[in-house]
Design a protein. Structure first.
Length: 329
């Protein structure tokens, strides 16, 4: 369980809010719904808390939805749209077929439509839900960061764009660096946002190649701890689509244990190991081993706010969907 928030972290969080709050990047700002729907954030938080109290594993899928939304067309809620007779939507792309948590988004939207019809965008709901979900997973009750709001919803969702833009679990450092840079995210953001793997589970097919046929010869990825590889091999028997915790014994607690695993070469994905391939990301991994968790939470909040501004639609662009899975016309 993460350590209690200390005074220094709260000071840094307040300072970060002051620094970023006045910089309405891309038309976003804190408290966008202060007048039009003053209880918007409280309604979302109540919805997420309700589901989290019954099933803490819901946090990881909700956080993942935000990542997958922002990496395709920006943070415009396109990941929520259903396919049509003439279009295969992002949901159907291979990287997105294991996405979950849409029902929480729908529940939050329904509550908001009742309180403030056609006011709060689905894109903002995704961002707020991700913040609340990961904050609850710290076990502390406080929000890790504030969310800029004012996003509007996009009209387009294409499976082909999801395939092209969502980073692969098998990516190496150079590939990840380029993919993050294309979204305006730095190498540090890559190291920090990878910390989202502190929560959640994965299916064996997402990393199985590292265990059985890494170079086509039935071999194990040499960058993976051999004892851990054998342990995973035993769990991932052929023909069994087993679910494995990202951080064994701690998959519902958002903390820095993920970095401990990466440092020991026990990250599930090739993309986790990729953090050790470059001095900058490697140094960040090792710095987490002894630094207070509050410093990571600060970094994570800063990077999440930065990612949340990628490619947003504001002002008169886009729309406010009445149903998050469907465009209004």
């Amino acid at each position: 369980m993460a350590e209690r928030l200390d005074a220094r972290f709260l000071f840094h969080l307040a300072l970060l809010s002051l620094l970023l709050g006045s910089a309405n990047g891309n038309g976003l700002k804190f408290g966008f719904y202060k007048t039009s729907c003053p209880d918007a954030e409280a309604i979302v938080r109540k919805t997420v808390s309700s589901y989290f109290s019954r099933d803490p594993t819901v946090s990881a899928p909700l956080l993942r939805l935000h990542f997958h939304d922002c990496f395709v067309r920006g943070c415009d809620g396109s990941v929520l749209l259903n396919s049509t007779e003439t279009n295969l939507a992002e949901k159907e792309a291979m990287p997105n077929q294991s996405l979950d948590g849409f029902y929480v988004i729908d529940a939050a939207k329904a509550a908001l439509e009742k309180a403030c019809p056609e006011t709060v965008s689905c894109a903002d709901i995704v961002a707020l839900v991700a913040r609340d979900a990961v904050s609850l997973a710290t076990g502390q009750g406080n929000s890790l960061y504030q969310v800029h709001t004012g996003r509007r919803d996009g009209f387009v969702s294409k499976a082909s764009e999801a395939v092209a833009n969502i980073p692969s679990a098998f990516s190496d450092f150079d590939e990840l660096k380029a993919e993050f840079a294309s979204k305006g995210l730095s190498v540090k953001d890559l190291a920090v946002l990878s910390g989202a793997h502190a929560i959640g589970n994965s299916h064996c097919f997402s990393f199985g190649k590292r265990l059985n046929n890494y170079k086509g010869k039935g071999d194990i990825d040499p960058t993976l701890d051999p004892n851990y590889a054998m342990e995973l091999r035993n769990k991932c028997s052929p023909g069994i689509n087993t679910v494995v915790e990202m951080v064994p014994g701690s998959s519902t607690s958002f903390d820095t244990k993920y970095y401990d695993l990466v440092a020991k070469r026990k990250g599930l994905f090739r993309s986790d190991e990729a953090l050790l391939q470059d001095k900058r990301t490697r140094d960040y991994v090792y710095s987490r081993l002894h630094a207070p968790e509050s410093s990571f939470f600060y970094d994570f909040g800063k990077s999440m706010m930065k990612m949340g501004k990628v490619g947003v639609l504001t002002g008169n662009a886009g729309e406010i969907r009445r149903n998050c899975a469907l465009v209004n016309h």
